[in-house]
Design a protein around this ligand. Structure first.
Ligand code: ADP
Ligand code: ADP
Length: 233
């Protein structure tokens, strides 16, 4: 069933006398359990679309329904609430708190959700165990490798059981071998039924996705099922 329905959305930026149409018109349906790669050249509108999909921004025209909720015209605080509940983010730069342990980083979304310390610790431990970091609970980010840091970020993204994982260039700061490991982890998460949207510049990385959406000049130029899915296992 559709998890994301966006209909003729646009996003323009008005800067003085100039108007930039970052997204001209995009209509897209993404079903529960899909694994989609979003590609396109620099300036094509990928970040703008990801910001809208991730409820960090709202479109200036059109409609966005996420998991049955019309988020098109929400205020910032309403969006923040939807974001905490529905979206797990994974970034190129990991975005971990440098002074907090792996366990505390993973548990952070549960603090906002008002869950007790005991339950937070238990759930964060389980989530880190699931990404292969049971023996790194109390390490800080600078005591972990790049791949381990991204595993922590993936565990954090999953901790609230979000309806979508949005991964923005998740392998952008990793070497080839580590990138493949992280793609293997994302494949496992997809196989458990999660919906994944991955932004990447790299064709090799996009080939792990089951569907590829290519943007150009604020429009969807191409949208197709990947016939040649690459898997790590
Ligand atoms: P991509 O992620 O594909 O590189 P973006 O979504 O960042 O593309 O940008 C699409 C277009 O919108 C570009 O022309 C960019 O300069 C413009 N743009 C993006 N964000 C802003 C902003 N906050 N203010 C003004 N223009 C923006
Ligand atoms: P990315 O590295 O993901 O492509 P961008 O360079 O598109 O990121 O955007 C970085 C930040 O700068 C974002 O907050 C975006 O909204 C803003 N931005 C991007 N392009 C412009 C622009 N032309 N004018 C003003 N702000 C912009």
């Amino acid at each position: 069933q559709p998890l994301i329905t966006i209909t003729d959305i646009g996003r323009k930026y008005v800067i003085g006398a100039e108007t930039i149409h970052a997204i001209k018109s995009v209509t897209l349906t993404i079903n529960k359990g899909e694994f989609v790669a979003l590609m396109g050249p620099s300036g094509s509108g990928k970040s703008t679309l990801m910001n809208i999909l991730g409820c960090l921004d709202t479109p200036t025209k059109g409609e966005y329904i996420l998991n049955g909720i019309n988020v098109s015209q929400m205020t910032d605080s309403e969006l923040a609430e939807v974001r905490n509940k529905e979206i797990g983010f994974v970034f190129q730069t990991f975005n971990l708190l440098p002074r907090s342990s792996a366990q505390d980083n993973v548990a952070l979304p549960l603090v906002y959700a008002g869950i007790s310390k005991k339950e937070r610790d238990e759930r964060a431990t389980a989530a880190l165990t699931n990404v292969g970091l049971a023996n790194r609970l109390h390490h800080k980010p600078n005591e972990l490798s790049g791949g381990q840091r991204q595993r922590v970020a993936v565990a954090r993204a999953l901790i609230n059981n979000p309806s979508i994982i949005l991964a923005d260039e998740p392998t952008g700061n990793l070497d080839t071998k580590t990138s493949i490991e992280i793609m293997g982890l994302i494949e496992e998460i997809h196989a458990k039924g999660n919906t994944i949207i991955l932004v990447t510049h790299e064709e090799d990385i996009a080939q792990h996705a089951h569907r590829i959406v290519r943007m150009r000049d604020g429009l969807v130029e191409d949208d197709y099922q990947n016939q040649d899915i690459k898997t790590v296992a």
